[in-house]
Design a protein around this ligand. Structure first.
Ligand SMILES: CC(C)(COP(=O)(O)OP(=O)(O)OC[C@H]1O[C@@H](n2cnc3c(N)ncnc32)[C@H](O)[C@@H]1OP(=O)(O)O)[C@@H](O)C(=O)NCCC(=O)NCCS
Length: 158
């Protein structure tokens, strides 16, 4: 079976994953990076879900979902795939797992921001059914604009 056909295992991150998460963050983003402190906070935050994609023992991707009281919209705060593991469906698998988790917590929508120049991420989201609902000018550290995107989630089966 070709490597691309093997779906990654996605699981909830644990405090012991902190170093691997930081390495992934370093490899994936040039600016707007999350700090060790922010990761540690989110790993213990009951209103956050941090997911990891694993290829054997190697952590190849991560995603951070945030929940807020009083809204049925969850927020995809971050998603990253190791540069060596891109183009094999890891991002798609992480995004699908985020949607399942959000729907499982009663959310009806998933929202996110993506850099206006980030074609790879925009394509990932568009192919998964996200639509543009606005723009935030100068949102990123490099002065770039953000596209605001959203998807309506299917209710989980009971
Ligand atoms: C964006 C990112 C998470 C995509 O992860 P990935 O594992 O490579 O994506 P997948 O292999 O699951 O691809 C999913 C879809 O996105 C599209 N896609 C992925 N990379 C792409 C690229 N470089 N250019 C165009 N489309 C791309 C694919 O075509 C695919 O759609 P398809 O399967 O229907 O053809 C990854 O490139 C990444 O980590 N980038 C750096 C961090 C980042 O920008 N995060 C997003 C912040 S908003």
């Amino acid at each position: 079976m070709p490597e691309a056909a093997i779906p990654p295992r996605v699981r909830t991150a644990r405090p012991g994953d902190l170093d691997a998460l930081l390495m992934l963050e370093q490899a994936s983003f040039t600016g707007d990076r999350m700090s060790r402190r922010q990761y540690r906070h989110h790993l213990h935050n009951p209103r956050a879900v941090m997911l990891l994609a694993q290829d054997g023992k190697r952590i190849v991707g991560s995603a951070l979902l945030l929940f807020r009281r009083g809204t049925q919209a969850a927020r995809l705060y971050s998603i990253a795939v190791d540069p060596q593991a891109r183009g094999r469906g890891v991002g798609r698998a992480l995004l699908a797992a985020c949607e399942q988790r959000a729907a499982g917590r009663g959310c009806t929508r998933l929202r996110l921001e993506v850099h206006a120049d980030n074609r790879a991420a925009q394509t990932l989201y568009q192919r998964a059914g996200y639509h543009r609902r606005g723009q935030r000018v100068g949102y990123y550290e490099d002065g770039g604009d953000a596209w605001l995107m959203e998807k309506t989630l299917a209710a989980p089966p009971y």
